[in-house]
Ligand binder design. Structure first.
Ligand code: FES
Length: 152
């Protein structure tokens, strides 16, 4: 048995209000079992997520960050998830430059009716983060925190 078995890690989830938050709710109503490591932040749209939010969470000690929005063409603000996808792909490429393992960040699409898919996404991402273990504090964390605070 793994040393981390039974231990909770700190995973932050940014979920769009219209689809993925509804999907998480559907999973809850359907009583689908899920790991309890995820702390959800509800946002109006995935397009509202500034990549700096994700960087700040990871620099401040989150072990993983998951972003989930509406499926492409289903965004309630028409194109928010397309903007999000572009920004988040750039962020994925930037994380190793900061010394952060890019596997600690993932984005996906889950609709309000996909409770079972939500369960699968959470289980799979949480399992990936547990396999990586707790994140280590970055040597440049204080400087990065100051920089990110000024930029936001
Ligand atoms: Fe869900 Fe835009 S409203 S991604």
């Amino acid at each position: 048995m793994s040393v981390l078995a039974g231990k909770e890690l700190r995973i932050v989830g940014f979920l769009c209000n219209w689809c993925s938050y509804g999907g998480a709710d559907t999973a809850g109503v359907g009583r689908f079992t899920q790991p309890t490591d995820l702390r959800i932040v509800r946002v109006p749209c995935s397009g509202r997520i500034n990549p700096l939010f994700i960087m700040k969470a990871l620099v401040n000690g989150a072990d993983g960050v998951l972003v989930s929005g509406c499926h492409p063409r289903d965004c309630h603000y028409a194109e928010g998830n397309y903007y999000a996808r572009r920004r988040l792909e750039v962020l994925k490429g930037l994380l190793p430059v900061l010394g952060i393992d890019p596997r600690r960040f993932e984005y996906t699409w889950v609709s309000a009716s996909e409770g079972q898919r939500w369960q699968h996404v959470v289980e799979s991402f949480t399992g990936q983060i547990h396999a990586l273990g707790p994140s280590r504090r970055l040597p440049a964390a204080p400087e990065l925190e100051a920089l990110l605070s000024r930029a936001m």
